[in-house]
Ligand binder design. Structure first.
Ligand code: PMP
Length: 426
């Protein structure tokens, strides 16, 4: 199972031409050539179960999306400065999946751009500059957004106007403590901004705290924090780039599980099932003044092909009942993982919602000490058994299980069998 000559040569060429900022997954990198549904195939024709990639949320190369893109590409692809039925119909269909107050959409190509635009809007509307995010958040790669994406590590310096708060850790705090603590932490951050003469503009959170270690609940714990930023005159931005589009099962959007009302919601990743598209859905009041002054234009964002891809994604989620599937298969998979955690104490905590699941790996469950080395061995052990997952969290010790939403019970059993096998072998 070693790398062959040609793979080693390709890695060398890659390093030479792409440079040192790029990373490959796994001790033995994967060389993929094809995807279909929940499976990925390598050059040797070996099949891998994808339990990680949330972009191809409908499954890789979903025929409805492929057809929509192909058809529209052959007819017209321009931009949003011409009238086009497709873009308007898509925006209507998209906003219809949100609570009524969130009734307008703006389109970008990446989640980073969506968050970057959200910052500009929030600052314009509030007249403030302060931003509150979580300790290990990732919101994107632009200079403005990297300033509040601490998970980028030492390559970025957080902005002087940025305050971070610990993500709510349901493994180490009781449900009662969590809402109070998160709300209080945000209040303290607001107070600290003010003390430094900085007016708060926004609180932004990924509503399932993916890079912070995946914390889905308890439901409602976001509310006191959202109230706090609103009282301080700032906006709440729900980053739904990861949890959105039905993944968390119970609701289409992660923030809905918490019963909070965001001022803006940023979306991306699964929005085009691989076609690069992202955007913001917002309250019209938020954009009313900024809009006419902004002359917003994004060359590729929301073009007719993107609109066709996006519409096919929304249709497929509905037609195939994927939100419901995420709920059902997600709880089945979570149940299986919990049974494994009864037998293997290294699995300290199993948490998540729908098909967004985290498993925290610890050396000693009594003190909940993170075990990053064991986590890496599990991820690679699963890769050797042709099951793809990854890890996240502040100590890189939370298994991230985030398969396409078409994942079946049979697929879940494949994952659970392989996981059990890995745990026995360690
Ligand atoms: N927000 C979150 C929560 C993300 O996970 C990501 C991407 N990992 C982004 C924003 C940025 O999206 P993109 O990579 O499309 O710029």
């Amino acid at each position: 199972d070693r790398l062959d000559e040609s793979e080693r040569a390709l890695i060398a060429r890659r390093e030479k031409v792409l440079g040192p900022a790029y990373r490959l997954f796994y001790e033995k990198p994967l060389h993929l050539v094809r995807g279909e549904g929940v499976f990925l195939y390598d050059t040797a024709g070996e099949r891998y179960l994808d339990a990680y990639n949330n972009v191809a949320s409908l499954g890789h190369c979903h025929p409805r999306v492929v057809e929509a893109i192909t058809k529209q590409t052959a007819v017209l692809n321009t931009h949003t400065r011409y009238l086009h039925e497709g873009i308007v119909a898509y925006a209507e269909a998209l906003t219809a999946t949100f609570p009524e107050a969130l009734s307008q959409a703006m389109f970008t190509c990446t989640g980073s751009e969506a968050n970057d635009l959200a910052v500009r809007i929030a600052r314009f509307v509030t007249g403030g500059t302060g931003i509150i995010a979580t300790d290990l958040a990732y919101h994107g790669l632009t200079s403005a957004v990297a300033e509040f994406s601490p998970s980028l590590g030492e390559s970025v310096t957080l902005g002087p106007h940025v305050r971070t708060v610990p993500a709510p850790d349901s493994y180490r705090h009781s449900p009662e403590q969590m809402a109070v603590k998160f709300g209080n932490d945000v209040r303290a951050a607001i107070a600290d901004l003010k003390r430094h003469g900085i007016k708060p503009a926004m609180l932004i959170t990924d509503t399932i705290f993916s890079s912070d270690g995946i914390f889905e609940g308890p439901k409602g714990f976001l509310k006191p924090a959202v109230d706090a930023i609103h009282e301080a005159g700032g906006l709440f931005i729900a980053d739904e780039v990861q949890p959105g589009f039905g993944r968390t099962g119970e609701t289409m959007w992660g923030f809905e599980r918490h019963g909070v009302a965001p001022d803006m919601v940023t979306i991306g990743k699964p929005m085009g099932n691989g076609y690069p598209m992202a955007g913001i859905v917002l309250r019209p009041e938020v954009i009313a003044e900024f809009g006419p002054k902004a002359r917003y234009f994004n060359t590729f964002g929301g073009n007719p092909v993107a609109a066709a891809a996006g519409k096919a994604v929304l249709d497929t989620i509905r037609i195939e009942g994927l939100q419901q599937n995420a709920l059902e298969v997600g709880s089945y998979l979570m149940g299986g993982l919990k049974s494994l955690s009864d037998r293997y104490h290294a699995l300290g905590d199993v948490r998540g919602s729908g098909l967004f699941i985290g498993v925290e790996i610890v050396a000693d469950p009594a003190v909940k000490s993170p075990d990053a080395a064991l986590t890496t061995r599990i991820v690679n052990g699963l890769r050797d058994r042709r099951i793809l997952i990854s890890a996240s969290g502040p100590n890189a010790n939370v298994l991230k299980i985030r398969p396409p939403l078409v994942f079946s019970r049979e697929n879940a059993d494949m994952l659970l069998d392989a996981f059990g096998d890995v745990l026995r072998s360690l």
